[in-house]
Design a binder for this molecule. Sequence first.
Ligand code: MV4
Length: 456
Amino acid sequence: MFKRILIANRGEIAVRIIRACRELGIESVAVYSTADADSLHVKLADKKICIGPPPASKSYLNIANIISAALVTNSDAIHPGYGFLAENHLFVEQVILNNITFIGPAPELIDLAGNKSKAIEIMRKNNIPVIPGSINNVENCEEAVRFARKIGFPVIIKAAFGGGGRGMRIASNETELKNLFPLAKVESMNAFGKDDLYIEKFINKPRHIEFQILGDNYGNIFSPGSRECSIQRRHQKLIEEAPVINLSERTADLMLKTAIKAAQALNYKNVGTFEFLVDKEENFYFIEINTRIQVEHPVTEMVTGIDLIKEQIKIAAGENISNLIKDFLQRNKNNHKSAFGHAIEFRINAEDAQNNFNPSPGKITNCFIPDGPGIRFDSFISSGSIIPPYYDSLLGKLIIWGLDREEAILRASRAFNEFKIEGIKTTIPFHLKIISNDNFKKGNISTDFIEDEKLL
Ligand code: MV4
């Protein structure tokens, strides 16, 4: 097992990883920019090392500084968290070249998953359901039109190296497609440095459902279940749940088996998430793989008791997960579902929900964090914390567990009414609006929920 792990991240996920290290008896090394010198992850870690000034490009994205920090502190492994360099295969190659273990999949797998049209093609070849569309990328607008005529409008143009919905354009007819195609190309080149595009049949009001996957170095592949991630704003997830809601048991079981089959096709190792879109008829389609731990991993932990960060570390250290799988299946053999109870995560962002969700950095003058039965708050904030403007706005994730979804929602309402964060604006008021919405309470949600319910 590792003696020392460097956490190449900040904020709540750095705190989360440090806690997992502590429980495994592993020393933790925190890296920080000068803007984070007083941040919680620096206080909690066994060692700390400054890696540069506030801009992420000069600190948390600075490959040379992070690897030097790992070498200087004799760290055996690097945990990337999510975001920053977590899915940068060039960083992973450099880590490995320096004889440091990367806690995550191999660089080849990260590189493959980063090319969404290539990953889809591999899935298609392995009989995993994918959305009707172009075979790989489309070379030009004419080819896009040919595919669109074949699959029928509306179609969606997607950036092969894209993420977070950037570069995506929806075309309802040929004229729109011809106008939007060059725009999507330019946006993709500007955002990702590559302008490879592919076309898919547009699925109206889909659900966004994903499956957690664990794979070890001995060929064991396992899924501790599903997550519902449909409630998003501009492709940023706001609320995630486990297990999935309003999906027949038959479809849920079939999706679980499909996710495992997809992971096996890639000989998947370490932790990852296989994302699907589901239409109104419960047809489901693979859309992409995330080769990192996800922000929303706690909802799976709350309904399975599995510590996904510890499992990531153990797999990277060469441990076999067959016992984890055996114990999990044993615990669940009398209960067809893999989840116990229901968990909902609410992302608490330093954003002004009453003002176009504009970032709201600054000093937290006072805060009261809710607690009590079934409440977990993965965060790095306390009264007096200074929230810098340089990084993403996530302050923490309020994760609520209940015996069922109804209890989880009642408990969330109780928690949000206790929650106080003063001095900056947050998404707390927005979440209060969502949990009191009838369609949310009934589970009638899709990726258009916020728009359809006019919650903005
Ligand atoms: C789609 C789709 C509908 N049809 N693909 C968005 C980013 C990535 N996670 C996949 N996404 C989607 N892909 C097809 N063929 C709908 C989404 C989608 C979405 C699209 C536009 C606006 C908001 C969205 C939120 C979630 C998913």
